[in-house]
Write a protein that binds this ligand. Sequence first.
Ligand SMILES: Nc1ncnc2c1ncn2[C@@H]1O[C@H](COP(=O)(O)OP(=O)(O)OP(=O)(O)O)[C@@H](O)[C@H]1O
Ligand SMILES: [Mg+2]
Length: 259
Amino acid sequence: MMTERTNERPRTDAGQRTHALRLEAVTKVYGKNDRGVRALDGVSVDIARGSFTAVMGPSGSGKSTFLHCAAGLDKPSSGKAWIGDTELGGMNETQLTKLRRQRIGFVFQAFNLIPSLSVRQNVDLPLRLAGERLDGQWLEQILHRVGLDGRAGHRPSELSGGQQQRVAIARALITRPDVIFGDEPTGALDTVTAKEILSLLRSCVDETGQTVVMVTHDPVAASYADTVLFLADGRIADRMHAPTADRVADRMTHLGAWA
Ligand SMILES: Nc1ncnc2c1ncn2[C@@H]1O[C@H](COP(=O)(O)OP(=O)(O)OP(=O)(O)O)[C@@H](O)[C@H]1O
Ligand SMILES: [Mg+2]
């Protein structure tokens, strides 16, 4: 088990900050009629700018669906979602794509790198897709930040799992997103490497004021967050501020997650 982060940073009053994202009565039903699956059931939440939120809950509780609806990757069946002051429901596919490219970064459990491209090419892909010019200095800065100095010319297969996830994080950061979403970003990593990735995500919040929302099954990973949201059956069953791994594990047991 990796050691827990000590939780000693000064906290600003969340009430004084504006929200980075917001869900209001979001319901998502997959399929139709009586065979439909209610993946989210009236979820409302406000997530402050410059905060780190972990989303936990049993398998099938709606965590990925929550991320997808919050990030405009999936449309709620009812309810509304905002990124900053932008309401996603009013946008068409082109506008949504643009918003995702400019304001949102994603990191998944599977790193989703393109094997035939170098680290540099993988990282600047979002810019090329957006038709934007690459700022070489910014790329170097990002690679330095994630600890990949001197690796720009390597292929993903020449890197360790942790290094590959750093490439994925660099790719998420290259567009200077407001919000970084992670769906079990440390799920495929050993505990030491996971800790490095979590510290990196933490630094996005503490040093650059970005907002991180991360799904995880691991109470230790959740202890890096400011707040944990617990989902059960598509609803927010509970939330915990200043989480510790022990308290999170205890709460998960009571949610029946590990029964
Ligand atoms: N595209 C889809 N079509 C039909 N049902 C879906 C679809 N995506 C998710 N579901 C269902 O919605 C519910 C919530 O799924 P979701 O993937 O959000 O859960 P999760 O909490 O992320 O689970 P896990 O921890 O296993 O990743 C599940 O019952 C799932 O089977
Ligand atoms: Mg999931």
